[in-house]
Design a protein around this ligand. Structure first.
Ligand SMILES: NC(=O)c1ccc[n+]([C@@H]2O[C@H](COP(=O)([O-])OP(=O)(O)OC[C@H]3O[C@@H](n4cnc5c(N)ncnc54)[C@H](OP(=O)(O)O)[C@@H]3O)[C@@H](O)[C@H]2O)c1
Length: 239
């Protein structure tokens, strides 16, 4: 799991470990990662720290090697890490037409391109699992259907680079699910909810305990579960 040192990722690591998974808690910062691991270890959970910086391809390869040598397969990949670096001016979000290209590029590097790179590196190990699951942390803010519906509560939340990176991630989810549809691997996108974390200055009304539920559900789908869907707490969302 990526970005598991805090927020929704940390809680997802906790809940999966509570279900008996051996969790590889991925974090880009070794200190923050080890501190998070220590918290879960105190609860007697089977959690190990894995140095994983989505933007550093050498950590992808080191992770692949570590997992292959120690486990021979990867049952679940949770692509949880993401950034939201859209700019504000005078307290208002910079609109789509004025958002600097650099912001789009930085956001896409982490939330899209490098997520794909990590997934491609680890996919051979996911395929070795009898029940491989890939969970991509998207957002309802990535839904084109909701964004073009003036009656939707998400209609006015135009956070350009972040939202569009999640739209692209949704498309990647659909394409990868199609490629793997005749294998046991299930690939789905999660909207966790509007969850109180550092990403939104803890403004979200939902607690991380509930925010992790969708990721956990998609990580633990049964063999006859769905693939290629966009889900929030068991409900399907429009792309
Ligand atoms: N919170 C919400 O309301 C909400 C709503 C919809 C979707 N989501 C999605 O849910 C996921 C988790 O978000 P969150 O709210 O828990 O955010 P968060 O508290 O800001 O946590 C983000 C995590 O991603 C990590 N990260 C960022 N860049 C990374 C990189 N290059 N390599 C590895 N890790 C990296 C962060 O590590 P550091 O601690 O080192 O920065 C942190 O662990 C994200 O994909 C987000 O887009 C959140």
């Amino acid at each position: 799991m990526t970005g598991a040192n805090k927020g929704i990722g940390f809680e997802t690591a906790k809940q999966l470990a509570e279900q008996g998974f051996t969790v590889l808690l991925g974090a880009r910062d070794e200190t923050r990662g080890n501190e998070a691991k220590a918290k879960l270890k105190k609860e007697n959970l089977d959690v190990r720290f894995l140095h994983l910086d989505v933007d550093e391809p050498e950590t992808h390869e080191a992770a692949r090697k570590f997992i292959e040598e120690n486990f021979g397969k990867l049952d679940v990949l949770v692509n949880n890490a993401a950034i939201a670096v859209d700019e504000f001016k005078s307290g208002t979000l910079v609109p789509t037409s004025q958002t600097p290209l650099d912001i789009y590029r930085r956001t896409f590097e982490t939330n899209f391109f490098n997520l794909i790179a990590l997934t491609q590196t680890l996919l051979p190990l996911v395929k070795k699992s009898e029940a491989g699951r890939i969970v991509n942390l998207s957002s309802a803010l990535g839904s084109l259907t909701l964004h073009s519906d003036s009656a939707s509560p998400f209609y006015g939340f135009k956070v350009p680079a972040y939202n569009i990176s999640k739209t692209a991630l949704n498309a990647f989810t659909v394409h990868l699910a199609y490629e793997l549809k005749d294998t046991p691997v299930k690939v789905n996108a999660a909207h966790p909810g509007y969850v109180s974390t550092d990403m939104n200055d803890n403004q979200g009304p939902m607690a991380v305990k509930d925010g992790a539920k969708t990721s956990v559900q998609l990580a633990t789908l049964s063999d006859n579960g769905f693939t290629g869907k966009f889900v929030h707490l068991g409900e399907e969302l429009p792309w």
